[in-house]
Design a protein around this ligand. Structure first.
Ligand SMILES: Cc1ncc(COP(=O)(O)O)c(C=O)c1O
Length: 365
């Protein structure tokens, strides 16, 4: 089976993880925590970076940071078609009501034209679906009074107006899960330029410890990244340009092969943005849910793993009471499919995925 993703882990990038194990510094102290943090800071240009143990914790820290900085906030505008961790993160510690914004059929991201009529108790969460970058600086210009945070778990290495995705709002979160462009197995990070938020979240991540050891001055969590994770991350950061180039080749080949297919639409990229090239996905214009399921099954029978686009928010039992327009999110879920997108995908494998899609379309038109 051709998997949807597999991490690129050449031996050279694993040596730091082996060193971390050999050193016996296997928990959350050790030299790689600082090394990986500094390297990541340099790569994305964020003033502060906090390493944590996964992208969900990183996104939860956005919610905690918002409540700390702006205690009056009660509502959060969220896209209605994203990975569930983005919504859950704002529900863990309570205090936020989710208000949804429907997607755009072309970008598959939140439709910025629908961001209106919010009050002073409302902040906004941007998510860069599959790596397609939402232009945060442009949104900030349109809505200077709105507090914005970014779940950039799928957007690392994408950019808007020459800045790294995740760095143009109050805080951004990223994930280093095994299917992300660079991975530490599990892992994540928070970006911010705000010193006060950095100090607060850095302490929250480590049980809320004060400047006096074992004296805790706030409710905290154990969200620390381990030295082993950080060593793996450091090795991945060392080869990030190579990984990105490999993925770019995969994306370009898919685009070349599929651009002439009538039914196929790619994610439209907003002006001033560059796609993070996390997952390559297409929308089949005019498809019903059943027809897309038939295509998924056909590809599966031909040993090709795919994934549907995320389900609209109220499809999940614990979120079924969330109200809002889900029309475009539903259409995207019915028509879009995520294709294998990992760095080592060969030319032959990409061509065979494209061939099978075309075969299905010609016998089911
Ligand atoms: C948009 C989004 N937010 C949050 C997460 C959570 O990241 P993690 O799986 O590292 O906890 C993911 C993971 O894929 C994601 O895609």
């Amino acid at each position: 089976m051709l998997p949807i993703y597999q991490p690129y882990l050449p031996k050279s990038c694993l040596r730091y993880a082996h060193e971390a194990l050999d050193s016996t510094w296997i928990s959350s102290q050790g030299i790689y925590i600082d090394k990986a943090k500094e390297r990541l800071k340099e790569a994305v240009g964020s003033r502060y970076v906090i390493l944590v143990n996964n992208g969900t914790c990183a996104t939860h820290m956005l919610a905690l940071g918002l409540k700390y900085k702006y205690p009056h906030l009660k509502k959060i505008l969220v896209p209605n078609n994203v990975y569930v961790a983005a919504w859950n993160s704002f529900l863990y510690s309570g205090g936020f009501e989710l208000k949804t914004v429907d997607a755009r059929l072309d970008t598959w991201n939140m439709d910025q034209r629908l961001i209106k009529d919010y009050d002073h108790e409302t902040a906004l969460l941007v998510v860069h679906n599959l790596g397609n970058i939402f232009n945060v600086p442009a949104l900030r210009e349109q809505h200077p009074g709105l507090t914005i945070v970014e779940d950039a778990c799928e957007g690392l290495f994408g950019s808007y107006n020459e800045r790294s995705a995740g760095t143009a709002s109050l805080m951004g979160s990223v994930s280093f899960f095994g299917n992300k462009t660079i991975t530490s197995g599990e892992g994540g990070a928070v970006f911010t330029d705000d010193e006060e938020l950095f100090e607060y979240l850095n302490s929250v991540r480590g049980q809320g410890q004060s400047s006096v050891r074992y004296v805790h001055d706030k409710l905290g969590y154990n969200y620390r990244m381990t030295n082993i994770q950080a060593a793996l991350l450091y090795g991945q950061l060392e080869i990030m340009d190579e990984i990105r180039e490999m993925k770019q080749n995969v994306f370009e080949l898919y685009q070349k092969e599929l651009s002439t297919v009538d039914e196929i639409r790619f994610q439209y990229q907003e002006p001033g943005t560059s796609h993070a090239q996390w997952m390559f996905a297409v929308r089949f214009d005019g498809f019903t849910f059943e027809k897309k399921r038939a295509l998924e099954l056909f590809l599966f029978e031909n040993n090709i793993e795919t994934r549907p686009m995320f389900y609209p928010i109220n499809h999940h039992a614990h979120l079924r009471d969330v109200r809002g327009d889900m029309k475009v999110a539903t259409q995207l879920n019915h028509q879009a499919l995520i294709l294998p997108s990992f760095p080592e995908l060969t030319r032959g494998q990409v061509l065979s995925v494209c061939r099978k899609i075309k075969e299905f379309l010609s016998s089911n038109s």
